[in-house]
Ligand binder design. Structure first.
Ligand SMILES: [Zn+2]
Length: 221
């Protein structure tokens, strides 16, 4: 762990948590802010599988995603994973998946994962799995995708460049594919153009794994 990360960790232990959405003291995310991510809705997305997001990418939901992803608020993982799990019944019912479900996190770039203390979507997927079990939903987690080197961070890229950036760089991980017959739900933090979802869907299609649904925390759409 690098010094700034260590220092941040030490401060986390000393200071009481504040809500990353509104600054209220007491918890990583207060009940009021959590409520803003509890109405998943269908999104326009070029993926074959229907896509859903918990909230629009603005205001408090955007702050929560950025705090978790970019500002080292790893204490948000249980809350955000729990919110993703809470959306699964609606998604599963909507797409008609029967039987067990498997969540596949969108892969992180290795450099980004290093600065973020590990693959941030895999951490959320694991939390999602834990909370789903508490809700009585059978969910496995499969880190079935990886990014080949050369992919840049998608922030600030236009749709065409995003697609080109990802073309052929999202690869299946044969040793970590979802169990056969499970309804695969692809998890992402922000669905913007849908280029990432499409690239992930195609990579899984190459190993005969169909994606049933895409579930994102937020989307500007
Ligand atoms: Zn709050």
């Amino acid at each position: 762990m690098r010094l700034p990360a260590l220092l941040g960790h030490a401060l986390d232990l000393l200071l009481p948590p504040v809500c990353a959405g509104c600054g209220a003291p007491g918890a990583a995310c207060c009940p009021g802010c959590r409520d803003l991510l509890m109405s998943p809705s269908r999104l326009p997305c070029p993926s074959d599988a229907p896509a859903y997001a918990l909230a629009p990418y603005r205001g408090v939901p955007r702050k929560l995603v950025l705090a978790y992803k970019e500002r080292g608020r790893r204490d948000l993982a249980p809350v955000l994973g729990g919110l993703l799990a809470a959306a699964l019944p609606l998604v599963i019912r909507d797409v008609g998946t029967t039987g067990a479900c498997c969540v596949v996190p969108v892969p992180s770039r290795r450099a980004a994962a290093r600065t973020r203390g590990g693959p941030h979507m895999l951490r959320l997927a694991r939390q999602c799995g834990l909370h789903a079990a508490e809700l009585g939903i059978r969910v496995s987690v499969a880190p079935a995708l990886r990014l080949a080197s050369g992919a840049k961070d998608a922030v600030g890229l236009d749709p065409a460049t995003r697609t080109a950036n990802l073309a052929g760089r999202v690869l299946p991980v044969p040793a970590a594919l979802p169990p056969a017959g499970t309804g695969v739900v692809l998890l992402d933090d922000v669905v913007t153009t849908g280029a990432t979802a499409v690239a992930c869907e195609r990579a899984l299609a190459r190993v005969a794994v169909p994606v049933a649904a895409v579930l994102a925390m937020t989307s500007p759409r």
